[in-house]
Ligand binder design. Structure first.
Ligand code: GDP
Length: 184
């Protein structure tokens, strides 16, 4: 989604990106780490933000990513279709230390395809890479699934910050590139 802010004749880019995945995989903490460089060891952030707008620089242009967090709604009921509306990017997160969260990925992909009206640039995010001794899903398994589903893939840790910015940047950069190709 791009719009021109008329008077200044400068281009302004605002992309909606959603975080999805099972409860407690680390969605809120990935956003907290990325947007505020914070981490919540035991409980959820009490800020309860629906979304956070983050400025990023892509190819020398300022891009704003409006990143949506389910804020736990997946625990009680299905994520609403309003959550997905207008999304052009998604971070689909699982926890490498809980296989069941990896087994849910297919269901989340179906839900994303059902609710979104366009092709959503999606990255499969294998979070909690710091939990090496508790690993239940190998890197190779994650990569294989991502390739089969035509998704980007990255392993992250919201705890030690590893690859967190890269996960968001990969999605936003790809959206920007697709859009640039369409505009030219
Ligand atoms: P959400 O329900 O998907 O938003 O998950 P949260 O962000 O609330 O995280 C659930 C739990 O996992 C919390 O106790 C976090 O502290 C913990 N957590 C999140 N990310 C990581 C991580 O990268 N490594 C470790 N070890 N714990 C994490």
């Amino acid at each position: 989604m791009a719009f021109q802010s008329g008077e200044e004749q400068t281009e302004d880019y605002l992309f909606k990106v959603v975080l999805i995945g099972d409860s407690a995989v680390g969605k809120s903490n990935l956003l907290a780490r990325f947007a505020r460089d914070e981490f919540y060891p035991n409980s959820k952030s009490t800020i309860g933000v629906e979304f956070q707008t983050q400025k990023m620089e892509i190819n020398g242009k300022e891009v704003k990513a409006q990143i949506w967090d389910t804020a736990g709604q997946e625990r009680f009921r299905a994520v609403t279709s309003a959550y997905y509306r207008g999304a052009v990017g998604a971070l689909l997160v699982y926890d490498i230390s809980r296989r069941q969260t990896f087994d849910s990925i297919g269901r989340w992909l179906n839900e994303l395809q059902t609710h979104s009206d366009m092709n959503v640039v999606t990255i499969l995010v294998a979070n909690k890479s710091d939990l090496k001794d508790a690993r239940e899903v190998s890197t190779a398994e994650g990569k294989t699934l991502a390739e089969a589903q035509d998704l980007f893939f990255i392993e992250t840790s919201a705890l030690d910050s590893s690859n967190v910015s890269a996960a968001f940047q990969t999605v936003v950069r790809e959206i920007f590139n697709i859009l640039s190709r369409k505009v030219i």
